[in-house]
Structure formats: C-alpha cells, structure tokens
Design a protein around this ligand. Sequence first.
Ligand code: CU
Length: 365
Amino acid sequence: MRQITRYCGDLGEWPQAFEIVPWRQRVRAQVPSSRLQARKILLLLRAVRYNPACLKELRRSGFGAQAGASRGSCVKMMRIGQVSAGLAAGLAVAAATFVGAAASEPAPGQIGLQDAVTPVMEQLNSFHNLLLYIITAITLFVMGLLAYVMWRFNAKRNPKPSRTSHNTLIEIVWTVVPVIILLFIAVPSFSLLYYMDRVEEPEMTLVVTGYQWHWGYEYPDQQVPEYLSYIVAEEDLEEDQVRLLSVDNPVVLPVDTDIQVLIKGGDVLHSWAVPAFGIKKDAVPGHTNETWARIEQEGTYYGMCSELCGEGHGFMPIEVHAVSREAFDDWVMEQVAGMDLETPPQLLTQTYEEALARRQVAEVE
Ligand SMILES: [Cu+2]
C-alpha cells in the first residue's frame, strides 16, 4: 500500500482509489462483477498512461486485492475514461488475463491460477502454460481429423465401404508420437517434482499439523510452541477479513527465507494447500511430509484443507502472513516473551541477546 502511494503519488486523486477500505464486502455487495472488471481496466489504462512504475507496483501487489473503490468513484472513473460499458465488458477478459487476479485469494472473474509468490509456484505456472499449449494443439489436431473423416468418409460419398482394416505405418506413428510427446512432458515434470520436494539448507522450519478441524503451527528453531489456528465464524468477521478464509491465529512467515515445511496429521488425513506458494501436501497421521517455500512478496495468502477430512473439512482455512525478516524476529520475540527457554530462539536478523537488549532499551524509553 505504501509502495503504491509512493509510485502513484503523482497521479493526483489516484491514491484515494487505493485506500484500503473494507472494499471486499462493499464492492462485492454493491457493484456487479462486470463493473468491477471495468474499474480494473480503467485503473490499468490510466496506470499505463501515466506511470509505468506505478503499474509495476500495482501488479506486484496483486492489483485487484488492494485497489479498492466505491461504487461512486467507479462510476466517475467510467465517465472520466469515456469507455463505454460495452467496450469495457469486451476488454474484461483480456484485462483479467493481463492484470492477473489477486495475489492471495480467489477473485471474482478470475482466469487462470493465483499469482505466484514462490519460485516453485512460478515454475508450476510455466509448466501449466506449456501443457496448455500442448493440449490445445492436440485437441485442435484431433478435432480436425474427426471433421475430415466425417466429411471424407461419410456414407453418401462411399456407397461401397472400403474393407481396409490395417495400416502398419499409421499404427506405428500413432503409438510412437504420443510416447514422444509424453517423454517431452516428463522431463520438465520430473525436474519440477524434485525441485518442489525439498530445499538444500533451510534457514528455518515450520511444523504444520492438521486436526479435525483446525491447524496447529509450531516453530521449533524459534522455540515457538504449537498454537492452534481456527476459522473466524461468519458473525465475528471484521471488516478486512474474508469469509471462510480468515483465521484467528494466522501463520507468520518471513519473506526471502528458505523455509522447510513439515506437515503431519494429528487425527485423520488433511492436506495443507496454499495456491500462491504452489504447496499442496498431505498431512498424514504417523508420517511427516516435507516441502519448502521461499516467499518473495510480503502479503496475506490464503489456502484451504484439500483432503476430505470430515464434517468440518470446508471450514479449516489457512491464512499466512508473509512479513519482512525483521518483523518476523519481532513476532518471535513477542511469542516467546516471558517463557522459560532452555535454548535461545534462532532469529533471522540478530541474535537473541541483541533482540533482548533492544527490547529492554525500548521498554526503558
Ligand atoms: Cu482437513
């Protein structure tokens, strides 16, 4: 948000449009989806026209998630932009693809995957796109063949059907070509699978445990004992919280840090899945699964339990707050304050003694 104001500050009335307001509730309740898309396009067009750095920042921050505007200013912008609703609707699809939806959560009218914030998800994204090209080509080719066969070999054109039943060359071709295509796909697929598997030298570890129906999080290196994370009930939602996705105690993780994530089940099978990180790992009772994340952007990211685990399966969301390494250290110090620690917590930017001294100085002041 601060970044956006910095880059977009010279756009006059602009920053107002990016005020963080409880826009989700307001906008979703009042503005139809096509109008939301129109607003996105207009903001985008203006950003391109006035300030490329601003556009970059907007895209980085997940555009849709933070660009809040009331219905009034939306209508005003439509007038300012002098873009007819028809044109806007036509552009909507293109804009949704170009801008990318919110970085952290599903958005209305979203096309494609959530924006990647880890190297793993970036690679997953490009692998997904590669497959999409291949699938499209195959589909078009097969459809073309079918259309040709229907036209060329219909009963009218062939009153006396041919009795041909084998053609060795064609049979070899239609066996070998798919094998080659699969091999071609297998190479990036396997290398990605191993890349996702584990990180060489993690700087810290997060232990995730799935329970019916909430999550437990523990930071062994930081001596933060396990705490539980429950969904926020609909009637208790605060203005900036998201229905079915916000939790009472989110996971806090540092950005630009290789984090080992260990996932296990406390009772039945669950699955810890955060789309923006490219993580979906089963939480299995009696077995620890491993994966990793290196988050490249600060922000709030949401996910859900993705393994049917019983009645409350749809109500155990995941909320991750990715903060700077310094802010993470501060958070750890808050968690361990007043605890009787045998081993000092491993902090990322300072030693425990330094952090303690700093806290004491701050208290005196
Ligand atoms: Cu579950």
